[in-house]
Design a protein around this ligand. Structure first.
Ligand code: KG4
Ligand code: ZN
Length: 344
């Protein structure tokens, strides 16, 4: 067998995840297993992720999740070519649990360790699912990050734009909390928006038309809060309408910012037909996907959005980023540090 087999471990937020991924010598990827244990129930009562609870839950669950990932893949530790784990950025307690576990396994099994940047995991997922070539334009929209990046190669990222305040997923989560929809907010806002009228409430489109493809969402969040206060007490219809208005504003902003970034990409890489990749938890949002599909069609650009389970945090993306690094001869020493902050 010429495939490279990598175990990937992800514990940087509120999913305890492990997966086994194969990478062929031709660069093609295959997911052999992908086990994700969500901690949603543990954090729901608090309306968001509590770092200490997350770290403890990772400690309790991780061994079983790794065992399940190996069993599902039908492989043992000796079959692996490397062990990869998220080394940051993220909640440091959780990152330490996953990275330390990966170090122990790598040491005990005598396998190389690959310390993966969580954002690189999101960034490279489209090569696992769709085998796309470099360079491509990446819109990374998650709970902690909102960035537009030109991906030139493994480890070669040029950031074209970023948020100056909240991440888009965070704005979804805060909107949900404000409207009493609970946690995690993104899917709840999307579900409520489905029956809402996006035109009843007029919300701002921050940064629309700006020459640099940056984002800002705190003003939008404040506008939702003000409209909600003015319309109180909110009935289910008002909540649905506010969610629909928020989601429409978010989609407008995202489409406008990506259009600007596409112009940059074309100017920087003339002759390359851009592929637009969307990654991160918010990429699971059907309204935003549909909006980007329209933009891509109008611009003659290929749009790649990995399936939802690979957009939200998972072990396969970390295993794959590890396999991509390993293919370039990159591995890490066992004393590689965990990093709470680690820009792409
Ligand atoms: O990538 P991810 O799983 O974790 C981070 O690395 O942050 O992204 C989680 C974020 C959360 O803010 C969540 O509310 C958002 O992605 N999200 C969504 C949807 N599903 C998840 N936002 C909007 N619509 C969705 N369907
Ligand atoms: Zn993530």
């Amino acid at each position: 067998m010429t495939d490279t087999l990598v175990l990937g471990i992800e514990t940087s937020c509120d999913e305890t995840a492990a997966a086994v991924v194969a990478r062929g010598s031709d660069g093609a990827g295959r997911i052999l297993s992908n086990v994700v244990l969500s901690q949603v129930a543990e954090h729901a009562a608090f309306g968001g992720v509590v770092p200490e609870i997350a770290a403890r839950a990772h400690v309790e669950a991780l061994d079983g999740v790794i065992r399940a990932a190996l069993a599902d893949a039908g492989v043992g530790l000796s079959d692996l070519d490397a062990v990869a784990a998220t080394a940051g950025p993220g909640l440091i307690g959780g990152v330490l649990v996953g990275l330390t576990t990966a170090k122990a396994i790598a040491y005990a099994a005598g396998k190389p360790l690959v310390a993966v940047n969580h954002l690189e995991g999101h960034a490279l997922t489209a090569r696992l699912t769709d085998g796309i070539a470099f360079p491509y334009l990446l819109l990374l929209v998650s709970g902690g990050h909102t960035q537009i990046v030109r991906v030139d190669g493994v480890g070669a990222y040029v950031r074209l734009g970023t948020t100056i305040d909240d991440a888009l997923g965070e704005a979804f989560d805060k909107t949900a909390k404000l409207l009493g929809l609970g946690y995690p907010g993104g899917p709840k806002v999307e579900a409520a928006a489905a029956s809402g009228d996006p035109t009843r409430f007029a919300l701002p489109r921050p940064m629309l038309g700006r020459p640099d493809p940056d984002f800002s969402f705190s003003g939008l969040k404040t506008a939702v809060r003000n409209e909600a206060a003015a319309a109180a007490p909110l009935d289910a219809r008002a909540v649905a309408d506010l969610c629909a208005a928020f989601q429409a504003a978010a989609a407008d902003v995202v489409a406008d910012r990506v259009a600007v970034a596409l112009g940059r990409f074309r100017a920087d890489a003339p002759g390359v037909v851009p592929t637009l990749v969307v990654a991160g938890g918010v990429a699971a949002n059907a309204a935003i996907r549909a909006r980007l599909a329209g933009l891509a069609a109008a611009e003659g650009v290929r749009l790649v959005v990995p399936p939802g389970v690979l957009c939200t945090d998972n072990g396969a993306m970390i295993a794959w980023a590890g396999a991509e690094r390993l293919a370039l001869g990159i591995a890490d020493p066992l004393d590689v540090p965990a990093r709470a902050r680690w820009p792409l």
